[in-house]
Design a protein around this ligand. Structure first.
Ligand code: EPS
Length: 397
């Protein structure tokens, strides 16, 4: 089983991740991880922090001669901004008196509950770990799982269909977008600063982000995530915690500022007749069953059904507003405007890369659960055997 943890504060010395359960024999180099880290740093609407950071990973263990060796993998990403925060983020007691404390929580952020829960007299420690800076470490760790999937022909990609009220026209089908695999779509989206693929919507989104910046406001968005190349039957209907859609949803909603996820076009489906929703099966000329639609998002009964997986992700507007919201000073207990911290006006394009990333361990574990194995060769052979069985089971009789 692929498991990982991250550690590190937003303005601490570094972020790190420790991974356990990576099979041996998977090609891995820092470049593969750095490419995703760079994608996560992009996006129209990001703040000045991204001008300071140029995230690069150091692989500290678990890789030899360009391949994983089945041992724990540890990763390190330095925070370049740390040098500006050595006093404020000092580990040593003697600095604590000279640093100004933060008392006014930002509505929508972890500040209020975090300060009360941990008994702090300062919101700073809450800000530091709840910050979406942590997603750099997650993207790094998940890129390792992603690399495993890629060697098996599984691709993940995403684009943005909405930023604020810049919403692309409703699509009947997403199939044409991923006809060449999910990575080709991701590449297309990567070429745009909003990661949108509908030109008019992108122009509107850019104008809206400019307006948000001018007003000291923020914007969220809707991210469409796709996976292609998965075998049929990952996950299971047999027990609640083995349902793949439930596991994917949990991973997605664990992302900072993500508040909703749909499997396929779930909310649209909920407002229609069943006959307008369910993806009918037809017999193809090649003797195999096929479908003309994929409104279920590639998952039925908690299992992959051979169609591409489609998730829709709702990111709320970031809760740090330069034009602050009303709040309460938790030291004086008087009403005050909330704390202002350098932040992004819109981070939805970056969130898309995080969404692509966090589902990789879930998919990888579904593969490991079904096929098992400690080395890439072993797993590949088992999948090939299963593919042959599936082809036989689904062949015309
Ligand atoms: C973030 C606030 C900003 C973002 C940060 C997330 O950081 P800072 O307070 O240092 O300006 O830039 O995102 C990243 C650093 C990153 O790597 O994505 C927040 O409060 O969540």
């Amino acid at each position: 089983m692929f498991r990982y943890f991250t550690a590190g504060e937003s303005h601490g010395r570094a972020l790190c991740a420790v991974i356990d359960g990576m099979p041996a024999g998977v090609p891995l180099s820092p470049d593969v991880i750095d490419a995703h880290l760079a994608r996560r740093q992009q996006g129209y609407g990001r703040g000045n922090r991204m001008k300071i950071e140029a995230d690069k990973v150091d692989i500290l263990s678990g890789v030899r001669f360009g391949k994983t060796i089945g041992s724990p993998i540890s990763l390190l990403i330095e925070n370049r901004d740390w040098k500006n925060w050595t006093e404020k983020m000092s580990q040593f007691e003697d600095k604590s008196e000279s640093v100004k404390k933060i008392h006014v929580p930002r509505p929508g952020h972890a500040d209020f509950a975090g300060r009360v829960k941990y008994g702090f007299d300062d919101i700073r420690p809450v800000i530091e770990r709840s910050s979406a800076r942590e997603t750099a470490a997650r993207v790094a760790a998940c890129s390792v799982a992603r690399q495993f999937l890629k060697t098996l022909g599984v691709e993940i990609g995403s684009y943005l269909s909405a930023i604020g009220q810049a919403i692309e026209p409703e699509r009947d089908s997403y199939a044409d977008l991923i006809a060449e695999g999910a990575e080709a779509l991701a590449k297309r989206a990567d070429a745009s600063p909003t990661r949108m693929i509908h030109e008019e919507t992108e122009a509107k989104a850019i104008a809206l982000i400019d307006e948000a910046k001018r007003r000291g406001d923020t914007l969220g968005g809707v991210i469409e995530v796709f996976v292609t190349g998965l075998p049929i039957g990952l996950g299971s209907y047999a027990q609640h915690d083995r349902k793949l859609d439930a596991q994917l949803a949990a991973a997605i909603v664990s992302i900072q500022a993500v508040k909703g996820v749909e499997i396929g076009t779930a909310f649209r489906n909920a407002t229609r007749f069943g006959s307008e929703v369910h993806d009918e099966l037809f017999m193809g000329d090649d003797g195999k069953p096929y479908r003309k639609t994929n409104r279920a998002g590639g998952i039925e009964g908690g299992m992959t059904n051979g169609e591409f997986v489609h998730l829709r992700v709702a990111m709320k507007p970031i809760s740090t507003l330069m034009n602050p919201l009303r709040s309460v000073n938790l030291d004086s207990m008087r009403e005050e405007l909330s704390h202002i911290e350098r932040s992004d006006a819109c981070a939805a394009p970056a969130c898309a890369i995080v969404a692509e990333s966090v589902i990789a361990p879930v998919l990888m574990n579904a593969i490991l659960e079904k096929f098992g194995g400690d080395s890439l060769d072993e797993i590949q052979a088992r999948i090939a055997d299963y593919d042959a069985r599936c082809n036989k089971a689904l062949a015309k009789r």
